[in-house]
Design a protein around this ligand. Structure first.
Ligand code: AAT
Length: 294
């Protein structure tokens, strides 16, 4: 009998568990079959198939993507900055080795080049083999893959990119910490053109709000206009995820937003739309307090 057809009763299947930071509890998923496990020079990589969640990709036991909700994360991380930029041609994605962010960037017809700087080549190779939809655009001729620490890589550029997207692991995981420092955000600012826009995943505001708050404040110290926004992300701790938007030219994500561009967009979007763009910047009081914007 094919594995997919077997009935998986509780207690009679393999289980995957992610412990949230500070170990208060976590997430568990049934495992149908394991597809890939490896130890890279940077982290442990696992990909497995789960009922309902589809293919799940984890690094050091922390869920990076599942097939049911990766679109929510990647669309929110990518389309908010991409629609805010008047004409994004050259984009840098830092991290994001599964390819989901690059796939979303390339939906924008103005894009001529995307550089993806991912520290771990083994993540990219595994994604190309086992996560074909997420990685579907990594072979596009407009994509240049670089395997290096993003914090080092970005330092060589001045006035180069229209948009920089930081799709990084958590600051305490693997090499992710390099992508949360004040110096890194400063280097990103310098690598952007005058009207450049940066967007970073800045963690959940339930369990890891200190990380999010620190990242927000560090980005704010480097850009004239910085706003945090939120999106749903069922398989990330807390279910609500934060992103931080920053504009070098002071473009406000609400006042300077042009919904016409979204209305005329030809590519399919499953999460992001005009209403979501505006609503995402409304922050709950506890989040405002955490980031010092009461
Ligand atoms: N789009 C998938 C979501 C991710 S993956 C983050 C990627 O960042 C990983 O592939 C990791 O190898 C890469 N990475 C980590 N540190 C660096 C670095 N210094 N330079 C370049 N790439 C790096 C993130 C999900 C986060 C949320 C989980 N709770």
């Amino acid at each position: 009998m094919p594995m997919e057809e077997m009935e998986l009763k509780p207690g009679r299947h393999m289980l995957y568990m992610e412990w949230y930071s500070r170990d208060p509890g976590g997430l568990f998923m049934k495992v149908n079959r394991w597809l890939y496990s490896a130890q890279s020079p940077y982290q442990r990589i696992d990909i497995f198939e789960s009922p309902f969640y589809g293919r799940v990709f984890a690094l050091d036991g922390i869920t990076m993507t599942t097939e049911i909700d990766e679109f929510m994360y990647h669309e929110m991380l990518v389309h908010v900055p991409m629609f805010m930029h008047p004409n994004p041609k050259k984009v840098l994605v830092i991290g994001g080795g599964d390819g989901g962010s690059v796939r979303e960037v390339l939906k924008h017809p103005s894009v001529e080049k995307v550089v993806m700087c991912e520290i771990d080549e083994m993540v990219v190779r595994a994604a190309m083999e086992y996560l074909p939809y997420t990685a579907s655009k990594l072979n596009d001729p407009r994509v240049e893959l670089v395997f290096e620490d993003g914090a080092k890589f970005v330092r060589q550029f001045k006035n180069e990119f229209d948009v920089i997207i930081i799709d990084s692991t958590d600051p305490t995981a693997g090499q992710g910490g390099h992508l949360f420092t004040l110096e890194f955000y400063k280097a990103c600012n310098e690598a952007l053109k005058e009207d450049g826009i940066l967007c970073a995943q800045t963690e959940g505001m339930t369990y890891d709000w200190e990380w999010g708050s620190t990242a927000y404040k560090r980005i704010k110290a480097n850009f004239p206009l910085v706003k945090m926004y939120l999106g749903f992300m069922p398989t990330y701790p807390g279910g609500i995820w934060s992103y931080t938007y920053a504009s070098k030219a002071g473009l406000d994500p609400i006042k300077d937003y042009n919904p016409e561009k979204v209305r005329n967009f030809k590519e399919p979007l499953r999460y992001y739309n005009e209403e979501i763009h505006k609503a995402a910047f409304a922050l709950p009081n506890f989040v405002k307090k955490y980031i010092g914007e009461e």
